[in-house]
Design a protein. Structure first.
Length: 132
């Protein structure tokens, strides 16, 4: 039943985000993986899994999941940002700069841009307040 699948998807996304926010990475990742299995085409499920992996410092997998999410929505600002942050933490500042600048170019609002510019990884990648 589509209603049950949708209910489970929303539940896994909501609980997964909450666990990630609490630093309960393994639980978050498990819930968000279930969400991606329920709806493989749901970019928000992939984006949240990517963030949980980034928070768990599983950079290689976070990058891999981010690339999958970009196949669904190439200009998703949060996927681009998290992919850029993962690259920066991995020491690939060239890729990080390209991705973070693209995230800023696709920024949904000014507070997103303001927040992005204050990440240490953004500075490490050579991006400043005068990005544009």
């Amino acid at each position: 039943d589509k209603g049950i699948v949708l209910y489970r998807l929303v539940h896994h996304l909501k609980e997964g985000r909450a666990m990630s926010d609490l630093g309960r990475h393994e639980e978050a990742i498990s819930l968000l993986e279930k969400a991606t299995h329920l709806r493989a085409g749901n970019v928000e499920a992939w984006a949240n899994l990517q963030l949980a992996l980034l928070r768990a410092n599983n950079l290689e997998r976070s990058i891999s999941i981010g690339k999958q999410a970009l196949k669904l929505k190439p200009d998703h600002p949060y996927v681009l940002l998290h992919l850029g942050l993962a690259h920066a933490r991995s020491g690939d500042y060239t890729s990080a700069k390209i991705l973070i600048e693209k995230a800023l170019d696709n920024s949904p609002n000014e507070s997103f841009s303001h927040e992005v510019l204050h990440f240490p990884e953004t500075r490490d990648a050579g991006i400043t307040d005068d990005h544009n």
